[in-house]
Design a protein around this ligand. Structure first.
Ligand code: ATP
Length: 235
């Protein structure tokens, strides 16, 4: 399977303090890759580099085989990279419909965006007139995903989708993420707590202090290792 998103030897720093020390990671179309690891390991920074929000010190970023090293966030967004940050990034005072409507900047029409959103997340249709801030955490995450889908992403970067949500809701959201991947999107998911994402991931990488310590199929061995090393019983 050829990679859509490819990070090779990525080093990144904040104020000259290096936090990524040569990260190699690949995500193919239709694949869900989980990037796991403890607090401060560099997971969010990896997503920031992949979306162009944070520049890399050295290494390469490729998209669909094209070298995009040093490209700015706008170019990467145009090339199909969509970052859904931790905290979801929805506008709490705007209605669900208006949150979606804003995505018409992508060139897609309102009807098409609503169709994409409401077909995948029917609850958003029922909540269309409600202020986004009044939605449950899970519904807000659905809205964030729907806004992301409106950009027709080739690569979806998800940061801590499970944050503050009940396990049952997280499981349902990840089923939708798996479905999005099945439609051909390359999905890179960052999570500190692994259980739900490992159920849908095709591949998992464990980042520790800015280095990929282990990667492979999320089989029993990897789960056991995660459980023992970083994630306590939650893995
Ligand atoms: P978390 O789950 O806590 O966000 P993470 O694995 O996503 O952890 P990062 O947020 O990428 O880790 O942080 C990696 C390292 O970079 C940490 O040591 C963190 O303190 C540091 N760091 C992150 N953002 C900044 C920043 N804006 N300025 C300075 N240092 C930062």
């Amino acid at each position: 399977m050829s990679a859509i998103l490819e990070l090779s030897g990525v080093r990144a720093a904040y104020d000259r303090i290096t936090v990524l020390h040569g990260v190699d990671l690949q995500v193919a179309a239709g694949q869900v890759v989980a990037l796991l690891g403890p607090n401060g390991a560099g997971k969010t920074t990896t997503l920031r580099v992949a979306s162009g929000v944070h520049s890399l010190e050295s290494g390469r970023l490729r998209l669909g085989g094209r070298d995009m090293t040093g490209a700015d966030p706008r170019d990467l967004a145009r090339a199909g990279v969509c970052l859904i940050p931790e905290g979801r990034g929805v506008f709490p005072n705007l209605s669900v419909r208006d949150n979606l409507l804003m995505m018409t900047f992508t060139g897609r029409g309102r009807a098409e965006i609503e169709e994409i959103a409401f077909q995948r997340f029917p609850i958003l249709h029922r909540r269309a007139s409600q202020a986004a801030g009044t939605l449950s955490g899970g519904e807000q995450q659905m809205l964030a995903l729907a806004r992301g889908l409106a950009t027709d992403p080739a690569v979806l970067l998800l940061d801590e989708l499970s944050m503050g949500l009940a396990p049952l809701i997280v499981g349902r959201l990840y089923e939708q993420v798996a479905e999005i991947a099945r439609q051909g999107v390359a999905v890179l998911v960052v999570e500190q707590f692994a259980a739900a994402v490992l159920d849908i991931a095709d591949h998992a990488a464990v980042l520790v202090r800015g280095r990929v310590q282990r990667q492979g199929h999320p089989d029993g061995g990897l789960r056991a290792e995660l459980s023992a090393l970083y994630l306590g019983s939650s893995a």
